[in-house]
Design a protein around this ligand. Structure first.
Ligand SMILES: C[S@@+](CC[C@H](N)C(=O)[O-])C[C@H]1O[C@@H](n2cnc3c(N)ncnc32)[C@H](O)[C@@H]1O
Length: 279
């Protein structure tokens, strides 16, 4: 890595409902630079990845629009930042940009539109209608802002050391995990096939996916890699993932994305890292 790239710690350029920002101080304690690679198959805004900024990583998510945005920021941080600054702000501008058909845009402008809507929408929620059109209302937050050029340059530098893949988690893990890897797993919450936060596509993550995930944890372990899983504390997760050491953490969570319905919620951390190595 070049010396200049270390100057600014990368800050995530997206807001992402369900990101584990509040758990970060605890999550980073499980990472060690001795791992050969960092893998995150439910990357979202990749908060933990940016906090660690590992030397080698594989990031993936099923949301192909999101993956395209990360690939664009990796290659064109300056162009994306300057075009974001050119866009008008406010409620009317937001709805006009939301209405645009992104298919007619080039890679950079599609990424700019995605980041703009993400920064100014309601609580960083990602939700699309039946036709795949982003339909989250304007956030109206007077503190909303566009990340700085330094933010884009430092995230791009961190992303240049990664492979970014659009895929289902199971396929990513089967194709990529190997001995010595650290895998951070942060799936959407699914209970009784009902999503706790309604920010994803319909029917996206249900109990069958949790069962697939339980098999993937076994796979990671068999291949000699370590995983760290964060999830909502719920009976389904404890039943499905029962064989691994875990702990309970209490954090403030915004229910349905509303700050006013913030409450203390229990989170589950589960790992196959031997307890002696938990800092
Ligand atoms: C809780 S968010 C991850 C948040 C992330 N840790 C962060 O820092 O922002 C869950 C992510 O899982 C993705 N996802 C949902 N179903 C998936 C699947 N079957 N395979 C891979 N990714 C999936 C969603 O698109 C979403 O970005």
């Amino acid at each position: 890595m070049k010396r200049r790239e270390l100057a600014t710690k990368p800050r995530p350029f997206l807001r992402w409902a369900g990101s584990k920002k509040k758990l970060l101080p605890r999550l980073v304690e499980f990472w060690s630079p001795n791992y050969s690679r960092y893998l995150e198959p439910f990357m979202g805004s990749a908060v933990l990845f940016f906090s660690i900024a590992p030397q080698r990583a594989i990031l993936s998510d099923i949301n192909d629009e999101l993956i395209e945005v990360f690939s664009a920021v990796k290659r064109y941080p300056r162009a994306i930042h300057s075009r974001l600054l050119e866009l008008p702000r406010g409620k009317r501008a937001y709805y006009k940009i939301r209405k645009e058909n992104s298919n007619g845009l080039g890679l950079i402008d599609r990424a700019v539109r995605f980041i703009y809507l993400n920064r100014f929408c309601f609580n960083g929620i990602y939700r699309v209608n039946q036709n795949g059109k982003f339909n989250v209302p304007y956030g109206g937050n007077s503190n909303a802002y566009v990340p700085t050029l330094e933010d884009f340059k430092s995230t791009s530098a961190a992303l240049r050391r990664t492979n970014i893949i659009a895929d289902d988690f199971e396929s990513t893990l089967k194709k990529n995990v190997r001995k010595g890897d650290f895998v951070y797993i942060d799936p959407p919450y699914a209970q009784d096939n009902r999503k706790v936060f309604h920010q994803y596509r319909p029917n996206e993550f249900g109990l069958e996916d949790l069962n697939r995930l339980a098999r993937s944890l076994d796979l990671i372990n068999r291949r000699g890699a370590h995983f760290l899983l964060s999830y909502g504390w719920c009976p389904e997760a404890l039943r499905i993932f029962r064989s691994w050491p875990h702990q309970k953490l209490m954090v403030h969570r915004n229910i349905s994305g509303f700050v006013e319905s913030r409450r203390l919620a229990a989170e589950l951390l589960m790992t196959n890292i031997p307890e002696a190595h938990w800092s």
